[in-house]
Design a protein around this ligand. Structure first.
Ligand code: GDP
Length: 463
């Protein structure tokens, strides 16, 4: 399929959703108002029916357009290529001689945040052709270090020998550089997310609707390889669960996150998406049970879900949730629980989460690594997808727009808008880089602006 065809197909799909967000939001505002309430509710229900039918039909397109097999194969091929390149980079023929970058796993934050720290280091390594050395002694999730839980990120090269370590920013010649946290990096390199390699970009966009998170998912795929004992423990608990598709993954992040870094969201806000998912699915197939995998750091949410949603089959483990709570979080046991949750969330048909949480974003990135395209398989109640510390995320105006009120922005074709977020009501907020004005933009008149960067091409790794 051509790039144009694929992007058009995805655009029609996501703009169908945007149309629904808009109508739903505007009509819902009228519901409390007056005597017409029942009428409006009935209209909303009927529009929702039509939306589900449209989306359900569109979901059949990639199955029926003759390119299904091609997408699966191409996604696997590009992924293999990236994995081979990383393996090549991480196992230089002469380790002593190799240029290196050091990454310290001493960031005082949760596992999702630490994983993203490693991803940033690995992208840096890939971009600068340096082997990544991970320092993880005294790691807060396992004192003994990363290698006691996961396979090492290199089989042959794990030491900088006696070489001098220079703090980045450093010259190209510096043999060993040490990286600061992404939040405090000066001279932020252009290759950091959401940039993707130009030599792969035109292949990725043909099978995936969100190449930036696909690329990050590939970094995770390389580093997140649990050791046998860890994998066995995960598999055993999974076997007990009766985890089956179709299933919707829900991640509810509470405890320390709420009120500090994210707003509180009621369970019904998540479950509304679950309900819509199953109502739509029933248009094309029979659904034996409405399964939900619920991961959370607040065990009370599991109890609430089972009590309030008796017609749903809620899978989840209160014990895991308890060890995930703020005060019990940093231990090998809690890490095992989290790995299980992440693994299962990433295996779900749909993920409902808050992307303000790194756990939610990691689950989505892992989805991107286990299917050709997960870009329509996740719903965030708050932020759109981002990578902490990323370079500007822009959308491009693909239609002109004349502001309808003083909250909205004027758009000319081709304008770049630095995006702050989607309000899930048909509009997003951003800054038009041509006029420097900040305001609301109708999301459907914009398209994601991909950033390509000329990463090295690792020609030796391809053979
Ligand atoms: P964020 O704070 O949500 O952005 O994500 P972090 O990963 O940086 O820190 C949150 C930490 O809380 C995680 O790493 C886990 O240790 C724990 N946690 C949060 N949500 C869950 C969950 O659903 N399941 C489990 N097992 N742990 C969780």
């Amino acid at each position: 399929p051509s790039e144009e065809y694929e992007s058009l197909r995805r655009r029609v799909y996501s703009n169908t959703k945007e149309l629904w967000y808009f109508v739903n939001h505007e009509l819902s505002k009228l519901v409390n108002d007056d005597v017409q309430t029942d009428k409006i509710k009935s209209i909303l229900d009927q529009v929702a029916d039509r939306k589900r039918s449209l989306l359900s039909d569109q979901e059949k397109l990639p199955e029926l357009d003759g390119y299904h097999e091609w997408r699966v194969t191409e996604a696997a091929n590009v992924s293999d290529l990236v994995q081979r390149r990383l393996k090549y980079l991480q196992n230089p023929s002469d380790c002593k001689d190799a240029r290196k970058v050091i990454c310290n796993l001493n960031k005082g934050c949760g596992f999702g945040c630490q994983l993203h720290h490693i991803v940033y280091c690995l992208i840096f390594a890939y971009a600068t052709e340096r082997t990544l050395i991970l320092n993880s002694k005294g790691w807060r999730y396992n004192n003994k270090g990363w290698e006691y839980v996961f396979h090492p990120i290199s089989d042959t090269c794990v030491s900088v020998y006696d070489d001098k370590v220079v703090q980045w920013p450093a010259s190209y010649d510096a043999k060993v550089v040490s990286l600061p946290f992404i939040d405090s990096i000066s001279q932020k390199p252009k290759f950091l997310p959401l940039a993707i390699p130009s030599d792969l970009a035109h292949r990725i966009v043909r099978f995936n609707g969100d190449p930036a998170s696909w690329w990050i998912g590939q970094m995770l795929k390389y580093v997140l390889k649990p050791k046998e004992e860890t994998q066995k423990a995960i598999n055993e608990t999974i076997a007990k669960l009766n985890f089956k598709n179709p299933i919707v993954g829900v991640h509810v992040r509470r405890t320390d996150k709420v009120g500090t870094e994210a707003a509180f969201h009621h369970l019904h806000e998540y479950m509304q998406h679950v309900q819509h998912y199953y109502e739509q699915l029933q248009l094309s197939r029979e659904v034996d049970a409405r399964r939900v995998y619920l991961a959370t750091d607040d065990a009370a949410v599991l109890e609430e879900a089972r009590k309030k949603y008796p017609t749903y089959t809620i899978l989840g483990d209160a014990g895991v949730a308890q060890t995930a709570a703020t005060h019990r979080r940093y231990s090998p046991q809690s890490l095992r629980g989290l790995l299980r949750d992440l693994h299962l969330l990433s295996r779900c048909d749909l993920l409902v989460a808050t992307f303000s949480s790194q756990v939610g974003r990691v689950a989505y990135e892992m989805m991107q690594a286990n299917r050709p395209d997960a870009s329509q398989d996740a719903v965030s109640l708050d932020d759109i997808y981002y990578f902490g510390g990323q370079n500007a995320h822009d959308r491009r105006a693909v239609m002109p727009h004349t502001a309808l009120d003083h909250h909205q922005l004027d758009l000319q074709m081709g304008d770049l808008i630095g995006i702050a977020g989607n309000h899930w009501n048909g509009f997003g907020r951003g800054t038009n880089k041509r006029t420097n004005l900040n305001g609301l933009v109708p999301w459907y008149k914009t398209a994601d602006h991909l950033v390509l960067y000329p990463f090295p091409e690792y020609r030796h790794a391809s053979t």
